[in-house]
Design a protein around this ligand. Sequence first.
Ligand SMILES: [Zn+2]
Length: 367
Amino acid sequence: MSKSVKSITSPKKFIVGQHLLKELCTYTKTYGDHAYVICDEFILERASQEASQSFEEAGHKSEFAKFNLEITQEEIDRHREAVRSSGANVIVGIGGGKTLDTAKAAAYYEHLPVVIFPTIASTDAPCTALSVIYNTDGSFDRYLFLPSNPDVVLADTAILAAAPTRFFVAGIGDALATYFEARACYRKNGDNLVNLKPSLSGLGLAKMCYDTILEYGLQAKIAVDNGVSTPAVENTIEATIYLSGVGAEAGGLAAAHAIHNGMTAVPSLHHAQHGEKVVFGLLTQLVLEDAPKEEIETVIHFIKEVGLPLTLKDLGLDEFREEEWRKVAELACAEGDTMGNMPHPVTPADVYQAIVAANALAEYYQD
Ligand SMILES: [Zn+2]
């Protein structure tokens, strides 16, 4: 394929609204009459009660299985076997990013359609044709690129707004980086997440994502703090789940996510959310690309406003050890990671220095 081919790819359907769980069968029935539903533990009982009724009414079969916390190859294989022995013909994932990535990966290996139902708006996982696989120790293993995006993504704003604010805000953090990474990748004419060139629509959706969260993010966060969904929450969910996911896939990732991937090797950061670490990756990227001062200040002001962690200490780092962060920088520049989408060549030494500078800058602006 020509290396100048550009793309925009997206789920076939993106549905936003309230009370979608009770109508789950409405969205699976065109794809199959027997659903295998992978659920996070916290929603397993509720999902099997509310959704199974819609399957029964339609005369369809459904089974609900628990996701075992970490997306590893073993976990994916365990669900594949269960899918095969049950005879299911459509896979549903209900839960956080790792559960959804497991559903997408299992559906890909089993050649089945997949319906995605996020319960937290914390990552780009719902819309993308990508599963991020981890090792059993929690470190990054590999990206599994899928040939197509999920068939349906259901964003139930009532469920998403009822989740802890921290997850909602982490999703805003992940979405905050989307535009800057797409911009870097566009300048480089790098590779987007489907290994084609970034399209104008990808960059445009990423920009719309950034503008939307700057406009509505704070109001949305305050509504979610109070467990309610408002138009600001709906707009923010559209940005964090759809615009960010599709924008990143078509527009490409760059330093922010590469640094996030490196940071998975730091044990004291394992409790930080994906989007929280991406925010620090973004600050580092802005330092690396020598972004304008006003832009950095806008981003830092917004991070503080919505209550995202700003410094490495805020992220849970116990102590800054040079050796550990040299390794993060090394991993961030690993062959095949998205650091290669930065407009200028970036070395591990550059990344290490930018990490130190970004953290110092974060500390400076903290008060
Ligand atoms: Zn992300």
